[in-house]
Design a protein around this ligand. Structure first.
Ligand code: PAF
Length: 287
């Protein structure tokens, strides 16, 4: 397929969207920071299957990186990304410049309450940056549907709350995490891992398999599940675990027992200098 046109100017994006809307097309968006992998491509595929117009946004959003995080070295692979996208009937790629999205003087941010815990504790300001850019992208693209990966589970809740609380007319679809053959969740940050750290990183998804197995065997006490996850993670001394917990799937509050609503097991760890996260749902499908 020919590569989709890349648009950097919001005015140009707005006219393209207005034309699509006038033609009665259902507009879908896949927001990304580029460095695309199979996980992103599964979102693009789902979007193309459901929507008449698929817009992929590629923007490494500075406001969601904390001081000392990897904003500068985050992989920027536009040419490769466009080649990967050319396998799908993507209609538009929106890739604005930083100064266009955050002109001097811009001082409005969106703070979503559910972003305060877990990732929010370890990455102060991260979800404020995510919510702000997602709202801006939604305002520019005006999608009917937007696609996100389950890998960033808390991010999907932040986006759902943003949409609900600010009355945005956008449906949110969450697609399953895509994994490497050995279980590692696909992430653009996996590219940072040394060969040894890449091996060590497998322990994150292995700890989630432990949680799934215990749950499947009937265990409902979160303390028991968390202890076994944490013991497995502790068997890999060269990683630094930030949290490995079983929480309520909607509030992310801690639970004693897993009830009717199911739960989410969440893990975050530093493997070498790379911070990785992963999760799995226990007793409930993704919605
Ligand atoms: O998940 C991501 O890649 C980013 O957080 C997003 C949603 C594109 C916002 O910058």
């Amino acid at each position: 397929m020919p590569t989709a046109p890349v648009i950097a100017a919001s005015s140009e994006l707005r006219s393209a969207i207005a034309a699509a809307r006038a033609a009665g097309k259902r507009i879908g968006v896949v927001p990304t920071m580029g460095a695309l992998h199979e996980g992103h491509l599964s979102l693009v595929e789902a979007c193309c299957a459901e929507c008449g117009i698929t817009v992929v946004t590629i923007f490494v959003n500075p406001t969601q990186f904390g001081p000392g995080e990897d904003y500068q070295r985050y992989p920027r692979t536009m040419e490769r990304d466009l080649k990967l996208l050319s396998q799908y009937p993507v209609d538009l790629v929106f890739a604005p410049a930083v100064e266009a999205m955050y002109p001097p003087g811009s001082d409005t941010h969106v703070e979503v309450g559910i972003g305060q815990s877990w990732e929010g504790q370890h990455r102060a300001g991260h979800f404020r940056g995510v919510a702000t850019i997602v709202l801006k992208l939604f305002n520019l693209v005006t999608p009917d549907v937007a696609f996100f990966g389950q890998k960033d589970y808390q991010q999907t809740l932040v986006v759902r709350h943003l949409v609900r609380d600010l009355d945005l007319p956008v449906e949110i679809r969450v697609c399953p995490t895509v994994r490497e053959a050995d279980g590692l969740a696909m992430s653009s940050r996996n590219a940072y891992l040394s060969t040894a750290d890449r091996q060590r990183a497998r322990i994150l998804s292995q700890s989630l398999r432990v949680a799934e197995q215990l749950f499947a065997a009937g265990e409902r006490r979160t303390a028991v599940i968390e202890k076994q996850m944490q013991e497995l993670l502790a068997s890999e001394p060269n990683i630094s675990v930030q949290y490995a917990i079983v929480a309520h799937p909607q509030t992310l509050g801690l639970l004693h027992e897993i009830g009717e609503e199911g739960a989410v097991a969440l893990v975050a760890a530093k493997v070498g200098t790379t911070r990785l996260i992963d999760n799995t749902l226990l007793g409930r499908p993704i919605d």
